[in-house]
Design a protein around this ligand. Structure first.
Ligand SMILES: NCCCC[C@H](NC(=O)[C@@H](N)CCCCN)C(=O)O
Length: 470
């Protein structure tokens, strides 16, 4: 008798990598939108009156609804309804949020009665900023929900295969998106003579992201039909229950990973906002543009290295060790920025530390996200990812403000800063030592947790040090 073994869609490398490209495109466009305004802050100030303080509020608005609990709901939605519905919902929320933000900053909107009303209260925030914040809140909910959906989708399509490589590639593609938008946003704004054009451009890209994810949902439906997963056939035992949330929140491994995540990322994403300025303050006579050019190597370096580390993790394992090395590198880099760079003012040290920080930013994400399916059940994976993002978003929302306050208060008596402010200079030579020590402190705590995670893994046998490919 001949046995017919039906190949599933994700058994075909071409199919599963096509699925990855479709999923990753949505995140690529999402990450582009997140940073579309970052390189045109000066233009936003001159064209729409957004002061640095307004920018700070705008940046925090991305996370605020998530921190207030949206991500917990998102996890339940993801585990209850699956990756197809949640992905479509998140892509649509990103698009709707982007459209609101686009409308809010248009010339036309500033002339409306609604803008007059928005300008009549909390007057330090222009109407355009209030609308942009509202849009960015909706976008932020969609983007974070999409981030977790994508992780769950990759875990489903690449389980027992190149899972870490696929997750690494997805993150690498997203980082290239950040690099790309930092380069093209000012060009588009300059060519079109308006800050609205780059936002419009990225909004259209988000629509394309929604389309690519829709194509993926057809592939995923086909995969489910091959594996016999249909709504009618699903086993009630395997279904997500609300009590599962309690199981996650009382799991020690979950808290170790969540704390490691918030501490590590709090020393990365908030630092990214100050990095270029920190370099300009520590290297004599370089312009803001030159400093940005050095700093740009940080995400792009991480993008290049992450897939290689993902591949290493798939074949050789050593995930927990990678987390420890990444945290250790992070500490060294922030300490070099704090103590060595101001003394030497050496561009070579600046470049090499940026590259090392890029390696750290590749090591930790490449090992962290593929570890989650090893410590939690597949049916609660979506909630676990969302709860980790929730804890992480609390850090991402408040740490930039904390660092901003520390920077201001530790420079109150700095003569160079006082003189520059009195002279009305464009460039204020801040001393970044204390904020950098705080970032290094986050790294120290992350390192301690990573060491503890390795010990727990050894005791409980989660397999974090084992390869993914079976
Ligand atoms: N499938 C994505 C895995 C997470 C990647 C991770 N992103 C995050 O942690 C986001 N919650 C925060 C992104 C903030 C961007 N402004 C990453 O390493 O990018």
């Amino acid at each position: 008798m001949t046995e017919i073994i039906q190949k599933k869609l994700n058994d075909s490398p071409a199919m599963r990598w096509t699925a990855l490209v479709l999923i990753a495109s949505m995140m690529f466009f999402g990450y582009m939108f997140v940073d579309v305004m970052s390189p045109i802050q000066a233009l936003m100030e001159s064209q729409r009156g957004w002061t640095p303080d307004v920018f700070g509020t705008y940046a925090a608005s991305e996370y605020i609804v998530n921190v207030c609990g949206f991500l917990i709901i998102a996890g339940v939605i993801l585990d209850k309804t699956g990756i197809r519905f949640t992905g479509e919902l998140s892509a649509s929320m990103m698009l709707i949020g982007a459209v609101i933000k686009f409308i809010g900053i248009t010339e036309w909107f500033q002339t409306t009665a609604m803008a007059d009303w928005l300008n009549s209260w909390w007057v330090s925030m222009p109407a355009s900023a209030k609308m942009a914040c509202f849009g960015f809140m909706i976008f932020g909910c969609g983007c974070e929900m999409a981030g977790t959906t994508v992780s769950k989708a990759i875990a489903k399509w690449f389980k027992g295969k190149e899972m870490a490589l696929a997750m690494g590639l997805e993150m690498a593609i997203a980082r290239v998106g950040v690099f790309a938008i930092f380069s093209i946003s000012p060009i588009i704004a300059d060519k079109m003579g308006s800050v609205v054009a780059p936002v419009a451009f990225c909004t259209v890209l988000l629509l394309i992201g929604l389309i690519t994810y829709t194509v993926f949902t057809f592939m995923d439906k086909k995969l489910d039909s091959q594996t016999g997963v249909t709504a009618e056939e699903s086993d009630p035992e395997e279904e997500f229950k609300f009590s599962d949330l309690g199981k996650i929140l009382t799991s020690e491994a979950f808290w170790i990973v969540a704390l490691l995540c918030v501490l590590y990322y709090s020393a990365i994403f908030p630092f990214q906002r100050y990095g270029a300025n920190m370099l300009q303050c520590n290297l004599d006579g370089i312009s803001a543009e030159e400093a940005s050019n050095i700093f740009r190597w940080f995400p792009i370096g991480a993008a290049v290295i992450t897939p290689f580390l993902g591949n290493f993790l798939d074949r050789k394992g050593k995930g927990a060790t990678m987390l420890m090395c990444g945290a250790l590198l992070l500490i060294c880099c922030h300490l070099v920025f704090a103590f060595v760079l101001p003394e030497t003012k050496s561009a070579v040290i600046a470049y090499s530390t940026i590259v090392l920080l890029g390696i750290s930013f590749a090591l930790v994400p490449a090992a962290l996200w593929p570890s989650v399916p090893k410590i939690v059940d597949e049916k609660i994976l979506g909630s676990a990812y969302c709860l980790i993002f929730w804890v992480q978003n609390i850090g991402l929302c408040f740490v930039p403000k904390l660092i901003g306050n520390i920077l201001t208060s530790t420079n109150e008596d700095n003569p160079a800063v006082i003189a520059a402010k009195e002279a009305g200079a464009d460039f204020i030579p801040y001393d970044y030592t204390v904020p950098l020590i705080v970032f290094a402190g986050f790294g120290v705590l992350a390192l301690i947790i990573a060491i503890y995670l390795k010990a727990v893994d050894k005791k409980r046998g989660y397999g974090l040090e084992l390869p993914n490919i079976k």
